[in-house]
Ligand binder design. Structure first.
Ligand SMILES: [Zn+2]
Length: 173
């Protein structure tokens, strides 16, 4: 049995005792979280969130890519979220390779150049990466100034979140 087949069996069991069909679409806690896709990071457990509480947007690195921004804009403007959190974490895989190296390797391996992704958004420093993502979200002209955008580093060894102070330029803005 493939893992997918096992997961479908788990869903069968889940659906048998399902009681959340009444939940409305807008997140109850009015919050959106952008986090890395790392398998050790269970956003709901880390933050005490229940089904229906929050939007959780995930990608490799927890990067405010164009698509992550798209989701955050929908989250706020159409579904009423009022606070954004960005979560990166220690021991992130994105610290372990270089975007250009992987692009080059895959191009060689497959014999095909691609337009997208143009970049894998790797980074060398966690804190400055989180600051960069905060800045990208905050500076977007469609993200209202009153929306708090706070960034954190999750420690995969302790389960603890540490807040990253935004850069001075962002605070002053
Ligand atoms: Zn990661």
């Amino acid at each position: 049995m493939s893992t997918t087949d096992e997961l479908l069996k788990a869903n069968e069991r889940y659906a048998q005792s399902f009681k959340l069909g009444h939940l409305p679409m807008p997140p109850a806690r009015k919050v959106a979280v952008l986090a890395c896709m790392d398998a050790r990071l269970t956003v709901e457990s880390i933050l005490g969130l229940e089904t229906g509480d929050a939007h959780i947007i995930r990608n490799a690195g927890g990067i405010a890519t164009e698509d992550a921004l798209r989701s955050l804009l929908i989250s706020h403007h159409l579904l009423g979220t009022q606070e954004f959190l960005i979560i990166n974490h220690t021991d992130c895989g994105m610290l372990t390779f270089k975007s250009d190296d992987l692009l080059e390797r895959l191009e060689k391996q497959t014999g095909t150049a691609v337009v997208a992704p143009a970049c894998f958004h790797t980074f060398d420093d966690l804190e400055s990466n989180v600051r960069g993502q905060i800045e990208r979200v905050r500076s977007h002209p469609w993200v209202p100034r009153h929306i708090p955008v706070r960034g954190f580093i999750y420690d995969v060894k302790t389960g603890r979140l540490r807040e990253v102070q935004p850069s001075a330029r962002t605070v002053a803005a």
